[in-house]
Design a protein around this ligand. Sequence first.
Ligand SMILES: Cc1ncc(COP(=O)(O)O)c(C=O)c1O
Length: 388
Amino acid sequence: MEEWGKELNRLKEAGLYRKLRVLEDAQAPQTIVDGQEIIMLASNNYLGLSINSQVKDQVIEIVEDYGTSSGGSRLTTGNYDLHQELEEKLAKFKKYEAAIVFNTGYMTNLGVLTTVVGKEDLIISDELNHASIIDACRLSKAEVAIYQHTNLDDLKAKLEVGQNYNRRLIVTDGVFSMDGDLAPLAAIVELAREYNALVMVDDAHGTGVLGDSGAGSSQHFGLQDEIDIKVGTLSKALAAEGGFVAGSQELVDLLRNKARSFIYSTALAPGTIAASLASLQYLQDNPQILTTLWRNIKLLKSGLQDLGYQLLPSNSAIIPIMIGDEEETMKLSRGLLEEGILAPGIRPPTVPEGTSRIRVTVMANHQVQDLEKAVKAFSKVGKELDLI
Ligand SMILES: Cc1ncc(COP(=O)(O)O)c(C=O)c1O
């Protein structure tokens, strides 16, 4: 116990102690956090579908019919017709032969990497990949080579050195979660073909955001047939919970048989699956929601840029505002909160030293007035702190 106290004190002294915020209303553009009304600039509910009335109605209907829990793992008694339907629809959405749903995006990455590679293999992973990929690499027993963020020369060098491994798997986020930039997928696929490697893309932040129908980063780049393993999450734009892999029927069959995070966990509840199904349907019936999302992204970006803030070159619903210094970043975040804007500061160890930033995210259901109010607050607090 004493040891834990020491560790907690160490975290507090280093300014790394984390506390939970409490939401007391829906995940909406205007909501209540810790008793305060705020404009939400920190949600991954990119399409705003978690409060869409069509989606909610369908979830309520399914819960009325199926109840609240799944009662077993997928391979025992928890596999509903709803799970099957969602997997078929996700495969079609992503234009793959098959898909398999896991309980979270995190568990998806663990399941995939511990199944498709092993001791004789090499994973080549972008240095800014999500923590779930990093943990999955550790669990996989494969050798891991990290290449500098989106650096194709470094990726090529790692592929060159890795030629003697049984299998080489390049793993990258499609959209990087703290920087909002995109992996250079065309060049990555080209290198993969040259070096006989497989490509896995985690499109947690691209699904429902990028591409003409929201199918993600590979659709954005016109590469839908070229990615061997496509990972996505249902917990962000698709307004539910869970993750999935789209790929060949063989890949999906293998995962169903061997991925421990799929096998040894109770299946997602019917209401959660219903939320994904309804969100996916809504996106397919209303693709113009993507135009609204992108209008909002451009509006907020240009407002912040005009104020003189330095934005990282993101191309997604994630907009990182580079501040650099940890203290100043947190002061700006606190000042914004006082103005009713939730815009979290991100600092080490989540991002490298000296690159602390405010990371805001945009939703399709933000009203123009919400974004204008946010820009005004950034102007006021930024000037008070001498940042712009
Ligand atoms: C790139 C990436 N992969 C995976 C995950 C994990 O997904 P989930 O939250 O569904 O577990 C996240 C975010 O949380 C992410 O940003």
